[in-house]
Design a protein around this ligand. Structure first.
Ligand code: FAD
Ligand code: SIN
Length: 552
């Protein structure tokens, strides 16, 4: 690491140089930092930046598990997992990418275990596998019963903290990517919440691992940090963004009241173990929608619940987990049992009120399995990226697998790449630094309120079932919010930056949703019920396409 102060004219900003910068400390960022450190000798070390405390992320809250195509499971094979993934992806999952990720699973999961992550085993010490919707065999590994994300992130945080090559900067947020005049990524501007200052960090390898954007919706299972920052930053930097209209709504989030917006997840694994969805009269209804009933793909179950809620005019349906049996519930779902108990629900006896909530961003920064994006020096992994694995509808538990496989493959790729830190500040970069060294004179925006307005617009108009009129309404409303919010670049605090990024991501989702005049996977249009014969991806690229979305 090299540090100093840049002073030129009226700039005076702290700067540092690292061989690699990793932005985000969920499963993807933590594992990438660790593997890069283990595989490559780096002169200037690795900087791991996180706007949260280390490990606080969507990953931390993952429940059901992680897909493991591992040699210990005789019932499973790569070809079967590829088939299930492609089927759920509704014609948009990339077969080659899926096969690459699936094939790497055995090696990567064993490496995770070697690095201190523990998965649940039976009394003989063999890994145990569970079933989730749209998987043809039991292949989901889990940790702590229903606390897989906690198991993975805690194991990785411990390993990362012990690694001396990794410099950790918590409560600091990347707010802009430094793009040189020849369109290469050379670092980032960060807002350090602890000092309330902006700093420059240079590197020729910047890895975005900032997760998804569930927070742009009113009801979501995602924690508050999931504001799509990395996707917005990459878009502003000119990277290609793919398939943003595909937002996965998880069918079963705990719906205690219409006021509770950040919703606790009731894992799909509960249905995998036999729980049944029932309406307010206690009747099972899934057979009306799919012969796979509770284990149909997520988009199908979500729309079924949505339709039941509409016809009953209620804000939730119920999940009856008592059929699983008390002993198994307590062993497999200790976290869910405890959370429901805290809210007065004994899930061994009482049905759980559930409703769909925004859960996963299938689209994102277009990247390959090694994390390479359309901008040299910029990499994207995990939920912020769109590799083509998930297509129009992600298969359960494929996300954590993608996070760790892409982190592993990226480390391998970088070990063959020259990682010299850039010493030159060219005209393109100077212009960016200029913006961030100026002070802001106007008052702070009330971003908590503004975020709520945006989330409402997205939930009501760009939600589970969409149509042209609503999408246009949303477009105009979001444009108005963008116009009223004067901060195009530099902001005053984290909330303003998040709101700025949420507006960008929301407008990308709306653009792509308007453009896709068909129903496919998680994107359901009441005005275009049919699915086109040939699946196409949507792309948004600020520079060459002037913000327009086109379908290839
Ligand atoms: P995240 O884990 O979201 O991490 C993002 C990190 O980036 C955070 O540390 C955040 O603070 C940081 N960050 C964000 N913006 C910035 C910025 N501007 N500057 C600096 N840092 C920033 N998937 C499965 O496969 N199996 C499951 O069982 C499962 N269960 C889930 C349960 C819940 C409740 C949720 C919400 C998701 C679940 N998922 C599951 C999805 C999965 O957890 C996520 O897709 C995955 O963990 C994403 O990992 P990530 O590392 O890409 O991002
Ligand atoms: C769940 O446990 O239902 C979430 C799994 C996932 O999102 O992959």
């Amino acid at each position: 690491m090299i540090t100093g102060d840049i002073s030129s004219g009226w700039w005076n900003m702290k700067y540092s140089e690292y061989s690699v910068i990793v932005i985000g400390s969920g499963a993807a960022g933590l594992y990438a930092a660790l593997k890069i450190s283990q595989q490559i000798k780096l002169p200037e070390g690795i900087l791991l930046i996180s706007k949260s405390s280390l490990g606080i992320s969507n990953s931390r809250y993952a429940q059901g598990g992680i897909v493991g195509i591992v040699h210990q499971n005789p019932d499973d094979k790569v070809s079967l997992h590829v088939k299930d993934t492609l089927k759920a992806g509704a014609g948009l999952s990339d077969a080659k990418v899926t096969e690459e990720i699936s094939s790497a699973s055995d090696a990567v999961l064993n490496d995770l275990i070697a690095n201190g992550v523990e998965f649940d085993c039976d009394e003989n010490g063999n890994l145990t596998f569970t079933l989730e919707a749209a998987h043809s065999v039991k292949r989901i590994l889990h940790s702590g019963g229903d606390a897989t994300g906690k198991g993975i992130t805690e194991g990785l945080v411990k390993a990362v903290r012990a690694d001396k090559n990794i410099h950790i900067l918590e409560k600091a947020m990347a707010v802009e990517l430094l793009i040189s005049s020849d369109k290469e990524c050379k670092g980032a501007i960060i807002y350090n919440k602890q000092t309330d200052e902006h700093e420059i960090v240079y590197s020729s390898a910047v890895i975005i691992a900032t997760g998804g954007a569930g927070q742009v919706y009113k009801y979501t299972t995602n924690p508050s940090g999931a504001t799509g920052d990395g996707i917005a930053l990459a878009y502003e930097a000119g990277a290609i963004i793919e398939d943003m209209e595909f937002i996965q709504f998880h069918p079963t989030a705990l719906a205690l009241s219409p006021e509770s917006q950040n919703r606790f997840l009731i894992s799909e694994a509960v249905r995998g173990e036999g729980a049944k969805l029932i309406n307010k009269n206690g009747e099972e209804f899934m057979i009306k929608y799919s012969e796979k009933k509770e284990l149909a793909p997520r988009d199908v179950v979500t729309r079924a619940i949505f339709s039941e809620m509409k016809s009953e005019n209620s804000s939730n349906v119920f999940l009856n987990a008592s059929v699983i049996g008390e002993e198994k519930i307590l062993k497999r779902f200790p976290t869910i049992t405890a959370r429901c108990k805290d809210n007065g629900i004994d899930i061994t006896k009482q049905p759980i009120p559930v409703a769909p909530a925004a859960h996963y961003t299938m689209g994102g920064i277009k990247a390959d399995v090694e994390g390479r994006t359309s901008i040299k020096g910029l990499y994207a992994i995990g939920e912020a990226a769109c590799t083509g694995l998930h297509g129009a509808n992600r298969l359960a538990s494929n996300s954590l697998l993608e996070c760790v496989v892409c982190a592993y493959e990226l480390a391998d790729y970088l070990s063959f790449t020259s990682l010299e830190t850039p010493k030159v500040i060219d005209e393109g970069i100077k212009k960016m630094i200029d913006v961030y060294s100026r002070s802001i004179s106007s008052d702070e925006y009330d971003c908590n309120n503004l975020k709520l307005k945006l989330k409402d617009i997205m939930w009501n108009n760009v939600g589970i079932i969409r149509e042209e009129e609503d999408l246009i309404k949303a477009k105009l409303k979001v444009e108005k919010l963008q116009k009223d919010f004067k901060r195009r670049r530099k902001c005053l605090n984290q909330a303003e930056y998040e709101y700025r990024n949420m507006l960008t991501v929301a407008s990308l989702i709306i653009q792509c949703a308007l453009e896709r005049k068909e129903s496919r996977g998680a994107h359901c249009r009441s005005d275009y019920r049919n699915t086109d014969e040939v699946g196409k991806h949507s792309f948004v690229d600020k520079i060459s396409n002037k913000g327009l979305c086109y379908v290839e």
